[in-house]
Ligand binder design. Sequence first.
Ligand code: FES
Ligand SMILES: [Fe+2]
Length: 381
Amino acid sequence: MELATTLKGQTVQNKVREIGINPGYWYPVYWADQLKVGQVVPVTLWQQSIAVYRDVGGKPHALENACPHKGVELHKGQVQDDRLVCPYHGWEFNSAGECVNIPYFPSDQKLPCANARSYPTEERYGMIWVFPGDPALVPLRQIPEVPEYADSDCLMIPITGIFNAHFSISNENTMDVFHGFLHKNLQGWFDPALLNLQQTDDSVQADYRVSYRGTLIKFLGLSADDNGVTTRTVSIHYQYPHYHSTMEGVSSLYLMRLPVGPNETRSFTLLFLPKVRLPAWVQNLVKPILIPLVRRFLFMRFLEQDIEMMESEQRIFRQDPQRRYVEVNPAILALQRVLVRQYEQFVQQSSQLEHPSQLEHRYTETETQPFKESFVATASE
Ligand code: FES
Ligand SMILES: [Fe+2]
């Protein structure tokens, strides 16, 4: 649906700061190269603790981070072959979460049915992805496409972002090109204008016109007019729950979001600079120097300013959740509608599933629990 691009004051629906996630999507939880063979690590995805491990064959798996015996965190255990072994009594769980051995249990008796929830897990684009929702939805949901990842001539810079803020706040920061004001001392963009805006049930597409001046545009290989100014279009595509934004073939930025909980969001970012195209052998030589430099002096300086704003926004919201806020950018309001709609759709579908006969064949009792808890936690905060 095409939306008007006129800036107009509207009151923000504060519930966007209280909503939970729609878990029926893939979420990144860890950088793949940081998870070694035989290693197990704890991650948190919307208040659910998950033990992510790489088996001896190199395949990643994710199990609920609580032993079905007494609840000890499974990430404190060890990987053996494709199994995770709890450190307390040595119960062993396969990648489906089934208890397949209890070291002291009589071998002629059937093992008790004691399963840890397992999550569909994938490794792609240098990240480990977990699907926390109904596994029946997996065939319908794709991990976002990152075509530049296969282009070895493109300079790729992976960046981790950690924000003490609700995911709606960090998502709005990315959609909000009007905050170039914040970055003026870094020669950020100026004169922003919203050109096009489209929204669907699960996406927002916004095109902005922005101008740049200074040394940054030289580094990016942009030519300037007589006044030293270059004007470009920035296209921002939010496809729930992740982002892709491009600046006319100059840069391509993927922001894969990990909502940790109501007060924390992480970002697994891939920044591609196709303009800095270098032959693979040159790249391999300069990459170890260039990547940290771009990360530190190009990206992180902007991100640190953003983080300060996002965390400030979150603190003040928590102090007074009833305070009224005014927004003028229709792209932000469109994004808020998508976030709220996705959560409400999930709540609605879950409540339909709460009929016992429907639940029986889709979840076990333990599997439904984290989502019920997350509703309660969100609603009561
Ligand atoms: S608590 Fe895990 S084996 Fe006993
Ligand atoms: Fe910013």
